[in-house]
Write a protein that binds this ligand. Sequence first.
Ligand code: ZN
Length: 122
Amino acid sequence: MNEKFNQQNAQQLRFCQSCGMPLTDQVLGTNADGSKNEEYCMYCYKDGKFLQDCTMDEMIEHCARFVDEVNKGLPQPITKEEYIGQMKMYFPHLKRWRQAMKVTDDAMPENPALAPTRITAF
Ligand SMILES: [Zn+2]
């Protein structure tokens, strides 16, 4: 059930597969041939290359600085630490990090809290 929900969500809302920010046509990254890349944002991906050569943890630290922006869209503000905690569960499922973290689609947890356990198992 959750899986179906995720798929529907994915169709309606696209997220950058590197930093997790919502993708709109205005912020799409670009491929080497100048066409738009539908999977990454312009802050992560330009001319067919990633702009930052960083680890997933470094990306999370980078994104944590924008917690105030995230809070604008939330009914209840979260702390930077809570935001980091959520990203650490979520980011291993983004395309850019999935390979590095050896998380497969099969391991996509119904409960995100299970993700760190599975990563450690590898
Ligand atoms: Zn991005």
